[in-house]
Design a protein around this ligand. Structure first.
Ligand code: ZN
Length: 168
């Protein structure tokens, strides 16, 4: 199956964060020109996810216009449209998109809350920002949420006719 890489426009911060949590390489910029976004599509073969119809119409290819307005519905729409899955859940830093690496507990012990240090054995770290991840309650909640999004029971209510979802 094709492994999509994305770039999300400024309106889709929430979507970008959760696509990263799902393990998909997703760029996001608070401030970037449309032409630079399109460069990323053409040069890096990323799919541009956008809410901006004008930008969508400007693009030659590789652009997807997100229909949903609610952020959770947007995530559902994209997961459905691109048949995304949970196989690489929590393999990237949510903050900056870097792939996470495993880290020994001893190395980061001084940075952990005591209860966390006592309870958990496995940790991952972002090589870019240094943020440490472990499978705590927040992780469990997010995991449940993302699994529910990826389950295919959801009826696609925006454009049930998939032919209208052709990537530009
Ligand atoms: Zn990071």
């Amino acid at each position: 199956m094709k492994r999509y890489r994305f770039v999300a426009d400024v309106h889709l911060f929430y979507v970008a964060k959760y696509l990263r949590a799902l393990g998909y390489d997703t760029l996001y910029f608070y401030n970037i020109e449309d032409s630079k976004l399109l460069d990323l599509v053409y040069k890096e073969e990323r799919v541009l996810l956008t809410r901006d119809k004008e930008l969508f119409l400007t693009s030659e290819r590789g652009c997807y216009l997100v229909k949903a307005t609610d952020k959770i519905e947007q995530l559902r729409e994209i997961v459905q449209r691109f048949s995304l899955g949970c196989a690489n859940l929590f393999s990237r830093c949510i903050k900056d998109n870097e792939p996470l690496t495993s880290v020994d507990k001893e190395e980061i012990l001084d940075r952990l809350p005591p209860a966390v240090a006592k309870t958990f054995k496995e940790f991952k770290r972002c090589p870019s920002c240094g943020r440490v991840y472990w499978q705590g309650t927040h992780f469990e909640r997010m995991r449940e949420f993302l699994l529910s999004i990826c389950r295919r029971r959801y009826f696609y209510k925006f454009y049930p006719d998939r032919s209208s979802l052709v990537l530009r």
